[in-house]
Write a protein that binds this ligand. Structure first.
Ligand code: ZN
Length: 688
C-alpha cells in the first residue's frame, strides 16, 4: 500500500513539472482575439480552427477529393448539394416552432448592423452564432436552452436600428419582440428540447419543447394507430390526434418540392445504383407512405458502388423523447477508395467477429449480411448533421431491413481530420495521469479513434440478433433503446480493438498493437471524465452517446480493477491501469447488454443506466469545467462546410468549383439567403 502511495506522489510531481508547458499553450491561446494568429489551428497554410464562441470551436472542413472527380460527378454533387440546402429550414422548424422567426430577426440585425449599439451587437452576434451552430437556442449536448443576455429594450432598439437601415419585419418591432421574448430571454420557458427524464409525474412529450408534437401526452398514444411514425408531426386538436405528414402537399411542402426538384436534376448524372435510390427517395417524399420509405431504404442500402452518395430525409430519432420521429438531415459525400479498402477488410470478416462475440451464441447471427463500410469525405452536411456533425454513420435504422438487406456504414474521415487538427494540446495533457499517457494520446489517439469508430459502425451496430419471439427492440426498450444500442456498439469496438486478429488482418501493425490498445482504453476512461464539461447545468446526462460512455466507464470502475480514480492537487483522474482487466470487463458487460437488447429487457436497461449512466456528482463536473475553462478547451466543435459554385455556359454547367469560406457567419447568412431565393425552388444551374 505504501508503495502505491509513494508511487502516486512521484507521478503527482511529474504532473506538476508540466505546468510551465501548459502556460505556454495558454499564452498562445491568448493571442487569438487580438492577432487572429490561430497557432494551434493552422497546419501549413491551411486553417482549421476559425474561432471560439463560448465553449464551441468553429472549424473548417476540407474535401480534397472533390477536385479530382470527373465533371459529371462534380455536377452530380452540385445538385445533391442544392437538394441538401433546400431542406435546411425543416430541421430548424422541427427543433422549435419559433426557430425560423427568431433566426430571421437575428439575421436581419446582423445584415443591417451599422447603427446598432456595439455592445448589443456583440451579444446578438454571440447568441446568433450559437443559435446557428445548434439549430436553435438549445444546446445540442445538454438539450437545455441558452438565452440572449440583453434586455427587451436593448433588443428592441437594435431592431429599430436595423429597420432604419432597411431591414423589414413581418410585424411591428414591438409586437415581434414581445412575441419572441419568452423564448429569447426566459430560461424557464420551453427549457429543454428533449427531456426523457423530466422527473415526478411530468410527461416526456410535454416536458420536451421540440416541434414534433403539439399538445400530445404519452397517454394519448395508448390506443392510437400511428401511420407515419417517422415522418409526421403529431397534433392534438379538439381532443383528436392528427398526423401532419412531411410530404408533398403536407407539412414542409415548399421545402420538399424544392428537394425533389434538385434530386431530379441529379439523376441524369448519377450511376445506376444511386439513380435508383434517388428515384425511390423522391417517391417517398411525394407520398410519405411507409411502403415507399421501405423501398427507399432498400434502394439506398443496395447501392454499394457509387463514388458519390447522399443521405437526404428524416433519419435519426434522438430528438424525439419517444425515439420515433425522424429529424431531417442531409449529407453529400464522396468515397475515398484507399481508406475504404482497409475498412472493407473489417466488413469482409464480419462473420468472424460475429462468431467471436463474447455473448450467448443464441444472440449471434448465423449469417451476417451485407455489412459495408466506406471512408468518406463530406462535401456538405446540414439539418441534423451540420454544423454539428457525426463522425460515423450506420443506416438504415430499421432493424428488419438491416437483418434482411444489411446496412451501409460510413466513416467521415475529413471530419475526424478537422477535429484532430484543431484539438488543442491541453485536451490531451490536462486529463492524462502521466506525460507518457499524453504522449501516447498524441501519437496514437487519432488512429485509435479511427479504428474503434470503424469497429463500432461496421461490426457493432450490425451484430447480434433478437431472441426468438421478441419484437422490435426499440419498441421494447422505449427511451432506453438508443443508449443501449450505442453501448453495445461501443463495447464491441473496445472488445475487438484489443483482439490479435486486427493485426492478422493488417488493420493495425502487430508491433504497434499494444500501444494502440493502451491508448484506446486510456482515451475511453479519460473521456468519461472530460465529457462532463459539456453538461454545465443539472446533474443528469440526457444525450444517449454520453450516457453510454459514462455507463461503461462507471460500470468498469465498480466491477473491475481496470480503471482507478486518482486525485492529485484537487484534480481527479480516471487512470486506466490494466488493459487485460479492461477488456475482460468489457466482455462481461457486453454479454449483459446484448441479453438486454435481445430479450427487450426494459427494466434491466433502465436500472443499468440509472445506476451508472445518467447521474453524476456535480462537484466533479464543476472541477472538470474549471480545468477545461482554465485551458480554454472547447466543449464541442462546429463545422464550416465547403462552398460549391457552378459555372455555366449557354445553360450548361461546365465546371463546379469548391472553396472554403473559413467563416461561420458568412456561410450561415449565405444559406439563409439561398433558402429564400428562387434558386431554392427553380432549376438553378443556368442562373449561377
Ligand atoms: Zn453508433
Amino acid at each position: 500500500m505504501s508503495f502505491a502511495h509513494t508511487n502516486r506522489a512521484l507521478r503527482c510531481r511529474a504532473r506538476q513539472n508540466r505546468v510551465p508547458q501548459a502556460a505556454v499553450v495558454c499564452s498562445n491561446q491568448q493571442l487569438i482575439p487580438t492577432t487572429r494568429a490561430i497557432l494551434w489551428g493552422v497546419t501549413g497554410t491551411r486553417q482549421y480552427l476559425l474561432e471560439r464562441i463560448d465553449d464551441v470551436a468553429v472549424v473548417q472542413v476540407y474535401a480534397d477529393g472533390f477536385t479530382s472527380l470527373p465533371l459529371e460527378h462534380k455536377i452530380l454533387v452540385w445538385h445533391l448539394y442544392l437538394a441538401a440546402l433546400a431542406g435546411r429550414d425543416i430541421f430548424y422548424d422541427q427543433r422549435h416552432r419559433l426557430n425560423l422567426e427568431i433566426r430571421d430577426l437575428l439575421e436581419a440585425i446582423l445584415r443591417h448592423e451599422a447603427h446598432v449599439d456595439p455592445a448589443v451587437l456583440a451579444e446578438v452576434r454571440r447568441y446568433t452564432k450559437l443559435f446557428w451552430i445548434n439549430t436553435g437556442p438549445f444546446n445540442n449536448l445538454t438539450a437545455r436552452k441558452f438565452v440572449l443576455n440583453l434586455t427587451r429594450e436593448q433588443l428592441l432598439a437594435a431592431v429599430h436600428a436595423a429597420a432604419r437601415e432597411g431591414a423589414t419585419f413581418a410585424s411591428t418591432p414591438e409586437a415581434l419582440v414581445d412575441r419572441l421574448s419568452p423564448m429569447l430571454f426566459d430560461p424557464s420557458f420551453d427549457a429543454v428540447v428533449t427531456n426523457k427524464t423530466p422527473g415526478g409525474d411530468r410527461d416526456i412529450l410535454e416536458a420536451s419543447s421540440n416541434n414534433l408534437y403539439v399538445g400530445v401526452r404519452m397517454s394519448d398514444l395508448a390506443n392510437f394507430h400511428e401511420r407515419y411514425g417517422l415522418n409526421s408531426r403529431l397534433v392534438k386538436r379538439d381532443g383528436h390526434l392528427a398526423e401532419e405528414v412531411y410530404r408533398v402537399g403536407g407539412r414542409y411542402d415548399r421545402e420538399i418540392r424544392a428537394i425533389i426538384g434538385h434530386l431530379k436534376n441529379a439523376i441524369p448524372y448519377a450511376p445506376p445504383g444511386l439513380a435508383a435510390s434517388l428515384r425511390a427517395s423522391i417517391d417517398f417524399y411525394r407520398t410519405g407512405e411507409e411502403a415507399e420509405r421501405t423501398a427507399y431504404d432498400i434502394a439506398w442500402v443496395s447501392d454499394q458502388d457509387s463514388p458519390v452518395d447522399t443521405i437526404n430525409g428524416f433519419v435519426e430519432v434522438y430528438m424525439d423523447p419517444r425515439g420515433v420521429k425522424g429529424s431531417w438531415e442531409a449529407l453529400v459525400y464522396i468515397v475515398n477508395e484507399e481508406k475504404t479498402r482497409k475498412i472493407e477488410t473489417l466488413a469482409a470478416n464480419a462473420q468472424w467477429f460475429e462468431d467471436h462475440m463474447p455473448f450467448e451464441p443464441r444472440f449471434r447471427k448465423s449469417n451476417v449480411l451485407g455489412i459495408t463500410a466506406k471512408a468518406i469525405e463530406v462535401v456538405f452536411e446540414t439539418g441534423d448533421s451540420g454544423p454539428l456533425t457525426p463522425i460515423g454513420i450506420n443506416l438504415p435504422n430499421e432493424q428488419k431491413i438491416r437483418e434482411q438487406y444489411g446496412s451501409k456504414s460510413v466513416s467521415l474521415f475529413n471530419i475526424n481530420e478537422a477535429y484532430e487538427e484543431s484539438t488543442p494540446e491541453g485536451m490531451r495533457t490536462e486529463f492524462s495521469w502521466t506525460p507518457e499517457e499524453a504522449a501516447r494520446a498524441k501519437k496514437w489517439g487519432a488512429f485509435a479513434l479511427e479504428v474503434t469508430t470503424e469497429i463500432h459502425e461496421v461490426i457493432g451496430h450490425g451484430s447480434g440478433r433478437m431472441a426468438d419471439g421478441v419484437g422490435s427492440p426499440h419498441l421494447m426498450l422505449k427511451e432506453q433503446y438508443s443508449a443501449i444500442e450505442e453501448t453495445r456498439a461501443d463495447l464491441i469496438a473496445l472488445y475487438f480493438v484489443a483482439d490479435p486478429t486486427l493485426a492478422d488482418l493488417g488493420i493495425v501493425g502487430a508491433e504497434d498493437h499494444a500501444a494502440l490498445i493502451q491508448t484506446a482504453f486510456e482515451y475511453y476512461a479519460r473521456n468519461a471524465l472530460v465529457q462532463l464539461r459539456r453538461i454545465r447545468e443539472g446533474t443528469t446526462i440526457e444525450e444517449d452517446h454520453m450516457r453510454n460512455r459514462q455507463m461503461i466507464v462507471a460500470w468498469l470502475i465498480a466491477h473491475t480493477r481496470a480503471i482507478e480514480v486518482r486525485k492529485c492537487d484537487g484534480k481527479t483522474y480516471y487512470v486506466m491501469t490494466d488493459a487485460a482487466a479492461f477488456r475482460q470487463g468489457v466482455g462481461r458487460l457486453l454479454a449483459e447488454v446484448q441479453r438486454i437488447k435481445s430479450e427487450g429487457d426494459y427494466e434491466a436497461a433502465r436500472a443499468l443506466f440509472d445506476a451508472y449512466g445518467i447521474h453524476f456528482d456535480p462537484a466533479l463536473r464543476d472541477e472538470v469545467v474549471a480545468r477545461v475553462d482554465a485551458l480554454h478547451l472547447p466543449s464541442y466543435t462546429a463545422i464550416v462546410m465547403p462552398r460549391l459554385m457552378a459555372r455555366s455556359r449557354d445553360g450548361e454547367i461546365v465546371d463546379v468549383e469548391i472553396s472554403y469560406p473559413c467563416d461561420l457567419e458568412t456561410q450561415m447568412l449565405d444559406f439563409s439567403t439561398f433558402a429564400r431565393s428562387a434558386d431554392a425552388l427553380a432549376t438553378p444551374a443556368a442562373s449561377r
